[in-house]
Ligand binder design. Structure first.
Ligand SMILES: *[C@@H]1O[C@H](CO)[C@@H](O)[C@H](O)[C@H]1NC(C)=O
Ligand SMILES: *[C@@H]1O[C@H](CO)[C@@H](O)[C@H](O)[C@H]1NC(C)=O
Length: 460
């Protein structure tokens, strides 16, 4: 309490003074004629309100949002698959298999609905509880105010307000780093706050044969190819691949029905075949690190022609600057191709940049051309993968078997980088060999020890 508060209290307290003269000393007896202030009641109200606030957090509200989003996505998927089923109705086996998938999806939707119902149930419960507590607090506060001859509570509240103001002011001063993401005008997404999922997870038709691979959808599909999925496994030594497998839908990919393989070459590895797992498909062309060079390969899946463009000659390749963590090196992941709303990028490291990450835009013309380049101070071997959203590069690191963490971001617009992000990804398997963002559905596509998974990015 400030000096002036004490002064006010002293003059407001209704006091009775007894003055007497005992010898030469002057003595004052002080008696407070009011009952003692029931401070314990005030403390109790404060505790209850703090508990109330702790229980109703934005965390819980996000949980509800997540469930709703998940549900929305599953229902959309189900609708699409029902349409496929209707078309396939003439071939019995195929239809029966699709039906089984729809059954499975339906079960998952029911499961989600159950969770949603539980969450909402919890909410009602919390709300009711909070309402009762608020009523109680109101009553107590009313009682307390009657005692408030001394204006204790009023002053206390004022003090609290001033303190809060001071804290806010301090925090504002401290928060010199702005959030790393996009201005709303750029692609309408807020700050990334969490990663939910996995939304889908499955082995492929290859089962556990290949621990290195990549998958996803064409980020800029031709008309009619919107639902197609591609899958590439590194079938030689976990390093080399030489063909792209495509499926008409997610269901057929999960079941391994009707794949179409497009070969880059008959042998593996050889000139211009695939090296390392971090590739992408854009406008029916596969972008990847060409075998045994520091070049970018563009494989046109229509014509089967390969065009290349070389990165700087001191670019790491053949396992010089791979993704890694203390326990593992992700072999031959020197180049990471990523996609965002604006197209294709290649992430790599050079000797002249001390093994730190460089971002280069890949213009998807034929042949491909290197575009704008950004230099970062993220050491490539400390990251386990990267992806881009709306011109912001994010990097992950390995925390433990269950958790991968998005810890780093680089905004290509402001050139600001941050190392203090702490957005966790709940893993199913220990290692993530491939990770990319699909701007069409805003999901992360992951290949993790032979499993293919999707995760949902949650934005503020
Ligand atoms: C939702 O939860 C309530 C209890 O919280 C339960 O009585 C009800 O049957 C549930 N509804 C569904 C559709 O699961
Ligand atoms: C691939 O080939 C087709 C047919 O020639 C062409 O239309 C398309 O532009 C090519 N794609 C790329 C990325 O070069």
């Amino acid at each position: 309490m400030s000096r002036s508060d004490i002064f006010i209290l002293m003059i407001i307290i209704p006091l009775t003074f007894f003055q007497s003269v005992r010898g030469k000393n002057c003595v004052c007896d002080l008696k407070n004629s009011d009952p003692a202030f029931p401070e314990h009641k005030l403390t109790k109200v404060e505790t209850t309100s703090r508990q109330c606030i702790e229980r109703i957090t934005s965390e819980r509200i996000t949980e509800l949002d997540r469930l709703l989003l998940g549900l929305q996505q599953r229902i959309k998927q189900l609708e699409e698959n029902v349409v496929v089923l209707e078309k396939e109705d003439d071939t019995n086996l195929y239809g029966a298999v699709s039906l089984r998938i729809i059954e499975l999806e339906f079960a998952e939707i029911q499961d989600l609905l159950k969770k949603l119902n539980e969450t909402i149930g919890n909410y009602h419960h919390l709300n009711a509880q909070a309402a009762t507590q608020l009523e109680d607090m109101k009553d107590t506060m009313g009682e307390l105010e009657e005692f408030d001859n001394m204006q204790m509570i009023k002053k206390d509240r004022e003090n609290q307000r001033v303190k809060r103001g001071l804290e806010e002011c301090k925090n504002k001063l401290k928060a010199t780093l702005p959030p790393p993401t996009v201005l709303p005008g750029r692609c309408g997404l807020g700050q990334m706050v969490s990663v939910a999922g996995p939304r889908t997870s499955s082995l492929t038709a290859y089962s556990t044969s290949y621990s290195y691979g990549a998958w996803g959808r064409d980020v800029k599909p031709a008309r009619g190819d919107e639902n197609k999925y591609w899958l590439v496994v590194l079938s030689n030594s976990n390093v080399y691949g030489h063909f792209v497998r495509q499926y008409g839908t997610l269901s057929t990919l999960l079941l391994g029905i009707g794949p179409k393989d497009t070969y880059i070459s008959g042998s593996n590895p050889t000139t211009n075949t695939i090296q390392g797992s971090n590739m992408v498909v854009y406008a029916n062309a596969l972008y990847y690190n060409c075998y045994n060079t520091y070049s970018v390969c563009q494989f046109n899946m229509t014509t089967r022609a390969v065009s290349t463009v070389a990165l700087p000659s001191d670019t790491g390749y053949n396992n010089k600057f791979p993704f890694a963590h203390l326990g593992t090196t992700y072999s031959y992941t020197d180049m990471d191709f990523t996609t965002d709303e604006s197209g294709v990028y290649v992430i790599y490291a050079t000797t002249s940049n001390f093994g730190n990450v460089i971002i280069t835009k890949v213009e998807t013309s034929n042949p491909p051309v290197l575009g704008q380049t950004w230099t970062t101070s993220l050491h490539k071997k400390t990251a386990t993968n990267t992806f881009m959203v709306c011109g912001v590069l994010y990097a992950t690191r390995y925390l433990d078997k269950e958790t991968e963490q998005i810890f780093y971001s680089y905004d290509t617009e402001t050139k600001k980088e941050r190392f203090d992000l702490k957005i966790n990804i709940k893993k199913m398997k220990t290692n993530i060999e491939y990770l990319n963002y699909d701007p069409r559905d805003r999901l992360l596509y992951i290949y993790s020890d032979a499993y293919i998974l999707t995760y949902e990015l949650v934005f503020q």
